[in-house]
Structure formats: C-alpha cells, structure tokens
Design a protein around this ligand. Structure first.
Ligand code: 0O2
Length: 200
C-alpha cells in the first residue's frame, strides 16, 4: 500500500480482519447448512473501501481526511455483504454473528422490518472485531440485492430527465413487490421443510 493511503500503516490489518470475518461467516454457513439441510448463503462479497471512496466519505461527513477518521469515525472501511435466499436465513446468520466471541455489535439497522422510504431493504450491522477494528456487514435476500444493485446503477445515471419522480415511484413499487415475493418464497420454504420434518 502506498504511503499516502488514508489507511496509513493499517491496510494489512484491515485485510487480516476482513479475512477472519469471512472465515467466521463461512463456518456459520457450514454449521447452519448441516443443521437445516439447506445452504443459507447464496454468495458473500467483501471489500476494503477504496482510498478515494473513503476520502469522499470523510469529506461528505465533514471529517478531516485522516487515518483516524477512516478507522475510528467511519465504520465501513471493511464491508461485507451476505446475500441469502430467504429472509429467515438473514436473521439466522445475524444471530450467529451476534454469538461470535471476538465480534461485538456496535449498531444494527433493520431496513427489512423498517424499509427506507425509497424501498431499500437490508439488515445492517456495524461490528467491532477484537475491541479494535470496525466492519459493516450487510445481510439481504437475493431480491433485495437485485433491487439495490439496480437502484444504485440508476442513481448515478445523469440523464434521467423529467421522469425522476415517476422512476422513484416505480422503483418503490418494485421494491414492495419483491418484498411480497420474499414473503411468498419464505412460506413455500416453510411448507417444504414442515412437510419434510413430518416425514421423519
Ligand atoms: P458503498 O459503496 O455501498 O459502501 P453512511 O454509511 O453513514 O453513509 P448511513 O445512512 O448511516 O450512511 O448508513 P446506512 O443507511 O447503514 O447505509 C450505508 C450503506 O447501505 C451504503 O453504503 C449502501 O451500500 C447501502 N445503502 C443504504 N441505503 C441505500 C439505498 O437507498 N440504495 C442502495 N442501493 N444502497 C443503500 P455507501 O457508503 O453509500 O456506499
């Protein structure tokens, strides 16, 4: 890492913590898979926020562009996104993360039960690893992830013209329809699993 990095000498430490958290998530995944007979995670992505994004975020939040701001005032230098098939998997993984010995939950936002006004849904956790390093973990279903990706893409399109309000309303409608589909998929999953446990 170059000497001008906002993370100073801490980049390798961030990478190490990111790897430890991803390893713990994989262990949780295997445990829940064995217990329930179904893989709870579709995919898991992780990243260290780029130097320029972190500097931009410091600027946006009125913070000086320092290593201290990047590591102690902003909590998503490490970002992990866990995408699940079902809403129940999101909460099962959240509970397993809460039980990790080295991982303290600092903040949680349940945008699944309380969606953002634009329709955004996801479960956000800020955790502190070994009393020191912060990370943001986002948990969401495939539907929520699809919507967020599309909305993110459209947000940066400059030439939307006069249709902004209509587009926002349509996006919100899609988010609500997808949420309703998630509930139906969860019901189907529960029916399949209840049927299976009746047979054993
Ligand atoms: P990136 O590149 O995804 O990391 P803050 O984190 O302080 O800026 P806030 O409101 O305190 O903002 O945090 P919040 O609500 O927990 O949201 C932070 C992250 O959630 C964002 O990260 C996005 O990844 C995601 N997010 C939140 N709201 C939306 C939304 O309406 N649409 C989409 N597509 N994603 C959202 P960053 O830092 O913006 O960027």
């Amino acid at each position: 890492m170059n000497n001008n990095s906002i993370y100073g000498e801490h980049y390798e430490e961030l990478e190490a913590v990111r790897n430890c958290l991803v390893k713990s998530i994989n262990e949780i995944r295997e445990k829940l898979h064995k217990e329930n007979g179904i893989d709870p995670i579709e995919h898991c992505l992780s990243r260290i926020k780029s130097d320029s994004s972190m500097r931009e975020k410091c600027h946006r939040k009125g913070l000086p562009e320092t290593t201290e701001s990047a590591l102690e005032k902003i909590f998503d230098a490490i970002g992990i996104r866990i995408v699940c098939a079902f809403v129940s998997d999101v909460y099962a993984i959240r509970n397993s993360l809460a039980d990790l010995p080295d991982c303290e939950i600092i903040e949680e936002k349940d945008y699944i039960r309380h969606a953002k006004p634009n329709g955004y849904r996801s479960y956000h956790m800020i955790v502190r690893y070994k009393n020191k390093t912060y990370a943001e973990i986002q948990l969401r279903t495939i539907s929520m992830d699809t919507w967020a990706a599309l909305e993110h893409h459209l947000k940066y399109k400059q030439n939307i013209g006069g249709n902004v309000k209509l587009i926002e309303e349509e996006l919100k409608r899609c988010a609500d329809e997808l949420a309703s589909t998630d509930i139906s998929m969860q019901t189907i999953r529960n029916m399949i699993f209840e049927e299976r446990s009746d047979l054993t």
